[in-house]
Design a protein around this ligand. Sequence first.
Ligand SMILES: [Zn+2]
Length: 259
Amino acid sequence: MTRAISRGRRAVLAGLAAGVSAVACASQSPASPRAVRIVVDPGHTPAQGGALGVRGIREVLYNDRLAAQLVQALTLAGFDVALTRGPTENVSLEARAQYANARQADLFLSIHHDSAQLQYLEKVTAGDLDAYRTTRPIAGYSIFVSQRNPRFAQSYAFAQVLGEEMRKLGRAPTLHHAEPIAGESRELLAPDIGIYRFDDLVVLRQTVMPAVLLEAGVIVDPADEGYVSDPGNQARMVHAVVVAVRRYVMTAGKTAGRM
Ligand SMILES: [Zn+2]
């Protein structure tokens, strides 16, 4: 935890006002508002790598790659960004939330890549590696929020702009988490932009700031795995997140005075 990467810095450069002005709260000097603080959480760990994708690659590697790109882009955009863990670190879910809380983050974004229930998967091999593949197309992003997060309304507000920006990339959200089967049955809050309610997700309910979990794509689906593995699409998704954060910060700043 102590080695979690922090590339945060005060955003004092011209043109970065969108990331700065919204958190100039009353207790701080207007001359030195602190940058909006974002904690990016790459899902899973090297030891427990999450879903096994169609190319035999564990989810954690997809998460780490996209999270690293996000940190870079959000930092360039003037935000104060930190990761809950580095690529070699094993960090518990509780510790991730505690880290964001201790850091007094303004926004928490967990990055994951998706799978499906076993009944929709077949075991295949990718070279020498075991892998799973969907037996029917299951593709698209999805977004989760928890009503147990104390800032649920703000979490949902960020989820909305994130869902809208992801939808603008031309790929529909996946709705498979709402299917009435074991392991799914999640409540869809916004089907058109892929927002689900999942109250018990630890990193969403134990964080005290607005918190959202993004499933960027379905890595057991050959077409969607191809989508998220494409560097151009990764850049587009990263840009969508940056735009969403900017939109959220501007709106939150106007309506709340502070985030
Ligand atoms: Zn995951």
